[in-house]
Design a protein around this ligand. Structure first.
Ligand SMILES: Nc1ncnc2c1ncn2[C@@H]1O[C@H](COP(=O)(O)OP(=O)(O)O)[C@@H](O)[C@H]1O
Ligand SMILES: [Mg+2]
Length: 465
């Protein structure tokens, strides 16, 4: 998962989680405070009703005749019939003594009675029940002068308006939550983008570093990312210095070795060609000549490479006939091939022209042909072809030698890489990489095709001149 996505998801997860917790608690709080308010309202009402009730009761207690609960109920109802949507009076045996609905006395009603509610009130407390259709049954105990709970006065009210208010508050809360989540999503998107942008930039810089393009990493920030950029810059400078130093070193050493090596080569050649009957010495001289030739070749290749590394160097190119060039190189290399009884078949098209530097191009062709000879079996066969395709001039050199393993095909084009089976011949592993760099200098391509045990075909493709 990408860093920005992960950041976004964690933001969203935590904000939704914390907001859900907030919503649940606020919801609970709304419920709690609504009932506290309703309770308070009803209690105030109850107090007033209780007072009136007591007055009626007191009046009856003063009379000489025995107090009949139904008479008391009747009188109380007359006074309090309008104090609620419904008012009811019970005696202490839970018997309904009287009832008024919408301010009118009802004589023979048999309404639903919440006995638990009345029983609770008879114990001396306010008690209430809320039904599903949002009616509150609020029961008030009424005591006589001996502090006996003799009656229960019950008011029924519709509190649906309260539920409506609560629902509205909840609705607003949810809309707010939706808006909040939307804003959080937007802002986390913004933050994720903003945070990952410099990271992506730094990533691009490291990729360039790995291609040895040490550009200045310009991230104008004073935070950790800015420090990282500064660190990368520092690293780039050091790495570049080191690489330049290494290249310079190779170049210097190659230069320094060139002159003494020429002397060694010349003297050993002289000694080898001189009149000497001692066969052992002759062998040693021959070996000296060969090794110094090999070293000279290596040094020359290193010098070409170090020239290439100094990117500013402009190459002199001219329109060259690749067939002519190839022909002369084949002629030069024939003796070497014959020593290993290898035949070279040539098929050259007339006038295959490309803009190249003759010396470098000769070097490249010679290198490929040299490989073909080196890695062919004794008595092998090599085919050298030049042709003009639709948009490229091509030199194709095929052998039937030991071949290159598939996994090695791109590696052998790197500097100093030699495949596992290449120890049948001496070499430094520089040749192919040099060829590729030379061809690429002229905007061409090197294509390697090979099969282990069957042979290798190397094509040098160059833009037509
Ligand atoms: N024609 C070929 N046949 C088989 N293997 C080859 C051929 N050309 C190149 N290779 C492999 O590629 C490696 C790199 O080639 P090169 O850079 O010319 O180095 P070397 O100095 O070993 O010839 C060789 O060591 C060899 O393993
Ligand atoms: Mg080679």
């Amino acid at each position: 998962m990408k860093f920005a996505t992960r950041l976004l998801l964690s933001y969203l997860f935590f904000s939704v989680l914390s907001f859900s917790i907030i919503i649940i608690s606020v919801n609970k709080a709304i419920d709690y405070f609504s009932f506290v308010t309703i309770e308070k309202q009803m209690m105030e009402k109850a107090d007033i009703c209780e007072l009136s009730f007591r007055e009626v009761l007191a009046r009856h207690e003063k009379s000489i005749t025995q107090v009949q609960p139904s008479d008391v109920a009747k009188d109380v109802l007359e006074v309090l019939k309008a104090s609620g949507r419904e008012v009811r009076i019970y005696d202490n045996n839970l018997k309904l003594l009287g009832l008024a609905a919408n301010g009118i006395l009802v004589n023979n009603g048999s309404p639903k009675i919440f006995e638990g509610n009345i029983r609770n009130a008879l114990k001396g407390n306010y008690s209430y029940t809320v039904t599903n259709n949002k009616l509150i049954y609020f029961a008030i105990p009424i005591q006589d002068k001996y502090y006996q709970n003799v009656y229960v006065f019950e008011i029924v009210e519709n509190i649906s308006y309260f539920y409506d208010i609560m629902d509205k508050i909840r609705y607003i809360l949810f809309i707010g939550a939706g808006g909040f989540t939307f804003l959080i999503t937007l802002s986390s998107l913004y933050i994720a983008r903003k945070t990952t942008k410099p990271i992506k930039y730094l990533l691009g810089a490291t990729e360039k570093f790995s291609r040895q393009q040490f550009e200045q990493v310009g991230l104008n920030r004073k935070d950790e990312l800015g420090m990282l950029a500064a660190g990368l810059n520092q690293m780039g400078i050091k790495l570049n210095d080191y690489i330049q130093y290494q290249k310079q070193f190779v170049s210097n050493v190659s230069h320094e070795l060139k002159t003494p090596l020429a002397a060694i080569r010349g003297f050993s050649q002289y000694l080898y060609e001189g009149e000497n009957e001692d066969k052992d010495l002759k062998k040693i001289y021959f070996h000296l000549v060969n090794e110094s030739k090999r070293l000279t070749k290596l040094i020359n290749e290193l010098l070409i490479l170090s020239k290439f590394d100094k990117a500013t160097q402009e190459l002199n190119t001219e329109k060259e006939d690749l067939s002519e060039l190839t022909y002369s190189i084949v002629q030069e290399m024939r003796p070497k091939a014959e020593k290993r009884e290898i035949t070279i078949e040539v098929d050259l098209e007339n006038g295959v022209l490309a803009d190249v530097n003759k010396t470098l191009m000769s070097h490249a062709i010679a290198n490929i042909l040299d490989n073909a000879i080196k890695y062919s079996n004794i008595g092998g066969h090599i085919r050298v072809e030049t042709s003009t395709g639709q948009n490229a001039a091509a030199i194709k050199i095929s052998d039937q030698g030991i071949g290159i393993h598939k996994s090695d095909l791109s590696l052998v084009q790197e500097r100093f890489y030699r495949a596992g089976n290449s120890n049948i011949a001496k070499g430094s592993g520089l040749g192919l990489s040099l060829c590729r760099e030379i061809v690429e200098k002229f905007n061409g391509r090197l294509i390697l095709e090979s099969e282990i045990g069957a042979g290798t075909t190397v094509s040098l493709l160059l833009p037509l001149a």
